[in-house]
Design a protein around this ligand. Structure first.
Ligand code: SF4
Length: 362
């Protein structure tokens, strides 16, 4: 690994990754239609879900039984509705793996879809051993997570994995190119014989606000994100906040989705310190996107405040406490919310990257 890392031109890879994401996001509409066609030709079932409510409705329609369905979820976020219905009984993945319980549906999420080959890519799934044990597979695919070419896949996997754990490839990569087959036992089965059964794979192309973000020429860059999570590891507010609700990029996206932009959250959840920008493997200008959100919220907030936030970047460069004190007082003195935020912080410096680089100065 050491040897590989020395030979990797990271800037070149990041630029290629940016171009790959740009190429798909900027022509998403046509490419999505082509992807749908390709998947249908391969005998996948394909459905579109605009938002969580329509996703839930579709799932109810497609569940194999009307009343009681054993569903194994492997999703980062399970819609609340599925916790409160008698139509679904949640089965833990481990129970299916161990053969203690069966499930009629596995519901999971793809990390990427590849347009060129009609491929679904699933990374490090907890349910990786269950795909041949369950007779129906539902796969959610965020419509912003497609890529044009299979040759771009390795590069994006590399960047995502390296940002997460300094490894060059994810531990587990599951590629689905066609509906899955599974082995089933029958009563008349002789020794050494087995039957194969097709497992239908249903894909939900999930919008969930993506097309809303696409309408804004600047904010659409947030859709280039590959969910590596790196920006959250360097975000001072995310690190100190107990709820850990929004990483920097999630804050941008969540704000786009909100009908009345969550201006209060914006101001309490970002210092525009700029820590997230240099670590983003896709080079998304996250602070610019947050400033754009503030500009769009200018009905409630004086636009000059956005400019003041930009100066927050300068704070990162200040190593002397008195310099910081006067800087903060001058720029944020009128903003009580921010001032109290600064006062509550456990240490003088909030720039984690700076702290790591200067451990003796803490
Ligand atoms: S925005 Fe954040 S999560 Fe998305 S690719 Fe950049 S660093 Fe990773």
């Amino acid at each position: 690994m050491e040897e590989i890392s020395q030979n990797v031109d990271m800037d070149f890879i990041k630029t290629r990754a940016y171009i790959a994401r740009h190429s798909y996001i900027e022509n998403m509409e046509n490419k999505l239609a082509a992807f749908e066609k390709r998947m249908l030709n391969k005998n996948f079932n394909v459905f579109w879900a605009d938002n969580e409510a329509s996703l839930v409705e579709l799932v109810y329609q497609l569940l194999p039984d009307k009343i009681y369905n054993k569903v194994c979820f492997d999703l980062p976020h399970i819609p609340e509705e599925f916790n409160n219905t008698k139509k679904i009984k949640k089965i833990p993945i481990v129970e299916v793996e161990n053969g203690k319980q069966s499930a009629s549906v596995l519901f999971t999420q793809a990390d990427f879809g590849v347009l060129e080959t009609g491929t679904l890519v699933l990374l490090n799934k907890r349910s990786k051993n269950c795909f041949n044990l369950i007779p129906n597979i539902f796969i959610l695919l965020d419509i912003s997570k497609l890529i044009d070419k299979i040759s771009d896949l390795e590069m994006l996997l590399y960047l995502k994995s390296y940002s997460q754990n300094q490894e060059f490839l994810p531990e587990d990569v599951k590629i689905i190119n066609r509906p899955i087959k599974r082995v089933v036992k029958t009563k008349i089965q002789q020794e050494g014989e087995f039957n194969m059964q097709d497992v239908p794979v249903t894909i939900f192309l999930y919008d969930n606000g993506v097309t809303e973000i696409l309408k804004d020429n600047i904010l659409r860059t947030s859709l280039y994100c590959i969910d590596c999570g790196k920006c959250r590891t360097v975000c001072p507010i995310y690190q100190y906040e107990k709820s850990k609700e929004f990483s920097p990029i999630e804050l941008v996206k969540a704000n786009c989705f909100a009908r009345n932009r969550i201006t209060g959250d914006l101001f309490s959840r970002t210092l525009l310190c700029g820590n997230c920008v240099p670590v983003c493997p896709i080079q998304i200008p996250i602070t610019d996107l947050l400033i754009r959100e503030m500009e769009l919220s200018k009905k409630q907030i004086p636009s000059t405040l956005a400019k003041i936030f930009v100066r927050r970047k300068k704070l990162n460069k200040m190593s002397k406490p008195f310099q910081r004190y006067f800087f903060l007082r001058k720029l944020y003195g009128k903003n009580k919310m921010l001032l109290s935020y600064f006062k509550q912080q456990p240490s003088t410096f909030f720039n984690i990257k700076w702290l790591q680089e200067h451990p003796d100065d803490e």
